[in-house]
Design a protein around this ligand. Structure first.
Ligand code: FAD
Ligand code: MG
Length: 343
């Protein structure tokens, strides 16, 4: 496992620490925090109330999920599915839930989210760090394997076509966030704010009663914050082109979100897509899909649903955010910001 992008991820952790410093009397005034490296990313948890054991339970849940879900752990459910040669493989309820959500989001987004894009992700070197621009021939060879509709689920088994492989990197951290929050709640915490590689999720109230304030990074200067939003119990999950990217020998930048339509890094006008909603798994799946869809596709999907909010940054440096964020969105950048409205 490679440890990359230390600086931006640490920045997210520091932001998180800043969110939780206020305290008042009562059980919520006691706060506990922990930094963890797992799933190839830096994670921070700050919980209020209860005891340190809530953090122990949350940390254990993260490591258990990594063992089940990681494509780089040979005994994980995902590795067993990938080496199953098309046969059904018995998996955990966690794996089943995430694969079902991935198929559902694949259908919702017309294949913009497609977990069977893994052979392409691997070919570009995004799992190993051995970056490489694949030849057009190699991409044409791999593209026919990419089709989430060929994943079959029966009972608690998952089967792929023999030429397919999956990875859950697009949505498993969001699910992990939901499970971390559940573990904290079940183990006595009253409130928490967590950052899993920049994916921020909250529960309960901040000790001073004010809303949680979460910053979203500027994709053009990732060391800076671009905006803040004030939220209640929510997930704020971003997909961007500024992490897990490399400059090719041709001098161009290539990033880890692949457009399943052509096998290249998605380049449809969006450089950062943030989804704000109730559940981490939904927001994580959608953030990756919206990045692939581009502005019009993403706005259309939001208008048809509106159970979440969205902040998009375009490659010509414009911010577009959905109307539910009006009043809580603060622009900290020089970019113009427009509201995406229902009509
Ligand atoms: P997101 O936008 O949420 O997801 C992008 C990721 O989804 C890509 O990195 C790719 O993996 C995948 N993807 C790309 N395009 C699509 C698409 N169109 N549809 C569906 N999926 C797509 N990284 C390592 O380098 N080494 C590891 O050992 C490792 N272990 C991990 C273990 C777990 C359990 C998890 C959840 C992640 C792990 N990662 C590892 C990181 C992972 O591979 C991704 O890089 C990471 O999840 C990207 O998250 P994100 O929020 O930055 O981007
Ligand atoms: Mg995602």
């Amino acid at each position: 496992m490679k440890k990359r992008n230390f600086i931006p991820l640490l920045a997210a952790a520091l932001l998180l620490t800043g969110c939780g410093t206020n305290s008042s009397s009562g059980s919520q005034s006691v706060s506990y925090s922990r930094d963890i490296f797992a799933m190839d990313t830096y994670m921070s948890i700050r919980s209020y109330g209860g005891s340190e054991s809530a953090l122990d339970a949350a940390e254990k849940r993260i490591h258990d999920l990594e063992a089940e879900l990681s494509v780089t752990v040979p005994e994980s459910d995902i590795s067993r599915i990938n080496s199953g040669s098309g046969k059904p493989v018995e998996v955990s309820s966690d794996t089943l839930t995430i694969v079902k959500k991935a198929i559902e989001t694949g259908a919702l987004t017309d294949g913009a989210l497609d977990i069977t894009a893994y052979p392409l992700v691997k070919e570009w070197g995004f799992t190993t760090g051995n970056y490489n621009i694949p030849s057009a021939e190699r991409i044409s060879e791999l593209l026919p394997c990419v089709d989430y509709r060929k994943i079959s689920i029966s009972g608690s088994t998952v089967a792929l076509s023999a030429d397919q492989q999956i990875d859950l990197g697009a949505l498993a951290k969001g699910y992990t966030g939901d499970e971390v929050i559940a573990a904290l709640r079940e183990n006595g915490a009253d409130a928490a704010v967590i950052s899993l590689g920049g994916n921020v999720q909250t529960f309960g109230h901040k000790p001073d009663g004010s809303p949680w304030k979460v910053a979203v990074r500027d994709p053009f200067s990732p060391e800076k914050d671009m905006c803040t939003v004030e939220i209640g119990e929510k997930a704020v999950i971003t997909s961007g082109n500024y992490e897990r990217c490399f400059t090719g020998e041709d001098g161009k930048s290539y990033w880890h979100i692949i457009d399943p339509a052509d096998g290249f890094p998605a380049d449809n006008g969006i450089v950062s897509a943030t989804i704000i909603g109730d559940r981490g798994i939904d927001c994580d799946a959608l953030s990756t899909a919206m990045f692939v869809k581009g502005l019009d596709g993403a706005a259309g999907l939001w208008r048809a649903d509106r159970t979440y909010d969205m902040i998009l940054i375009t490659d010509d440096a414009r911010i577009l955010y959905t109307e539910g964020l009006e009043g809580t969105f603060t622009n900290m950048s020089d970019m113009p910001a427009e509201v995406i409205r229902v009509d």
